[in-house]
Design a protein around this ligand. Structure first.
Ligand code: KG4
Ligand code: ZN
Length: 354
């Protein structure tokens, strides 16, 4: 069981603005323990709901308005100004470029003002490692052995990632078209269930019968790769809906249940293939879709089947937040950039792991 490399307790400010959540956090962490001093998230759901999806221009403007308020509130929580923090961590990608720029420029300005090292964090590694965060506000960081295999499922990404160490990630599989969360959002829109779609589909599915309709599990019979495809599944739902003139609540519930089962099955079929291929010592689940109960049950069952220990991000850390960014920042402390080199840090909408 390995511990991270932090020697002394460190206080870090985290900033996250990659999509439609504006978030700031303050955490204290050493080798073993983590304390969450502030976890502030402003979800822009209301702003984007009328459009049925995130509007980049609207998101960036809202980040500009909200982020200073969240930073001010986090500063008050430690009854200090940011002079007292050791580091600042910020999401630099992947995500919407104009949204990322708000967080990155704000973080750079704070780093310059307070002469603090800045740590550029990959949003997806933040999601992956959020599975190690303790349950309470303060507690032991969960122990882990490497390699671990992570399934990260969000609105923008669906990836299988091999984690060789706290800071070494390599993507081994992923979607070739829509992300799993995106397909939940699009199908919910077709069924007029609400936005963002995942929680609405899950809720509707509780009253439905998954066996009434049989949707495909795209690419699941392709054993030679670890890829996913969700756009065909969405089309299968659209074709079915086109044949039906009246969409009763029970019809919608059956569709939601069958669709949810198809997505979860697809996710787990390739995860199992990846487990067999890479023989990890742990498996991890993170990202917005990791909130889905059917997925959580299936993930846990698969881990037990393969006698693998596992961690799933807790519900409060599945959606975008800045605790996961501050946490990931401290794990990669050695990558901190000093103020005089801040020009190296830019927003990168297509950021990968290397
Ligand atoms: O990680 P996240 O907060 O933002 C991105 O980085 O994309 O993920 C948001 C996605 C949305 O597509 C949303 O519909 C989905 O996560 N989601 C869910 C559930 N809760 C959120 N999908 C399925 N079931 C849920 N319970
Ligand atoms: Zn995310």
């Amino acid at each position: 069981m390995r511990k991270n490399k932090l020697n002394k307790s460190k206080l870090i400010l985290g900033i996250e603005t990659s999509c439609d959540e504006t978030a700031a956090s303050l955490i204290r962490m050493d080798k073993k323990k983590i304390t969450v001093l502030a976890n502030l998230v402003y979800s822009q759901i209301k702003e984007h709901e009328p459009f049925g999806g995130v509007v980049p221009e609207v998101a960036a403007r809202k980040h500009l308005e909200i982020l200073p308020r969240l930073l001010d509130r986090s500063r008050k929580k430690i009854r200090l100004d940011f002079k007292g923090v050791d580091y600042i961590a910020v999401t630099v990608g992947p995500g919407l470029v104009t949204s990322l720029m708000v967080g990155v420029d704000t973080a750079k300005t704070l780093a310059l003002m307070y002469n603090k090292p800045l740590i550029p964090v990959n949003h997806l590694s933040g999601h992956i490692m959020s599975a190690l965060l303790p349950n309470g506000k303060s507690g032991e960081i969960k122990k882990i052995s490497w390699p671990a295999l992570a399934l990260v499922v969000s609105g923008g990404h669906t990836e299988l990632v091999l984690v060789k160490d706290y800071t070494a990630f390599s993507k081994v599989g992923g979607t070739v078209d829509d992300a799993a969360g995106e397909s939940f959002d699009k199908v919910a829109k077709m069924l007029k269930l609400g936005y963002p779609g995942g929680p609405f589909i899950e809720q509707a599915a509780r009253k439905g019968e998954a066996g009434r309709y049989n949707f495909p599990r795209p690419m699941s019979n392709q054993w030679e790769n670890l890829n996913y495809s969700f756009s065909g599944l969405k089309t299968a739902v659209r074709v079915l809906l086109a044949k039906k003139t009246e969409q009763t609540p029970s019809f919608k519930a059956d569709i939601a249940a069958a669709f949810q089962e198809a997505v979860v099955d697809s996710l787990l079929i390739k995860l199992e293939l990846a487990i067999e291929k890479y023989q990890p010592k742990y498996i991890l689940l993170g990202g917005g879709v990791a909130d889905n109960k059917l997925l959580r049950r299936g993930f846990a069952a698969l881990a037990r089947k393969h006698k693998l220990p596992f961690y799933m991000a807790q519900a409060k850390y599945t959606q975008d937040n800045a605790v996961m960014i501050a946490h990931m920042g401290l794990l990669m402390e050695k990558d901190a950039i000093l103020p005089k080199r801040l020009a190296q840090i830019t927003a990168n909408p297509n950021l990968g792991y290397d």
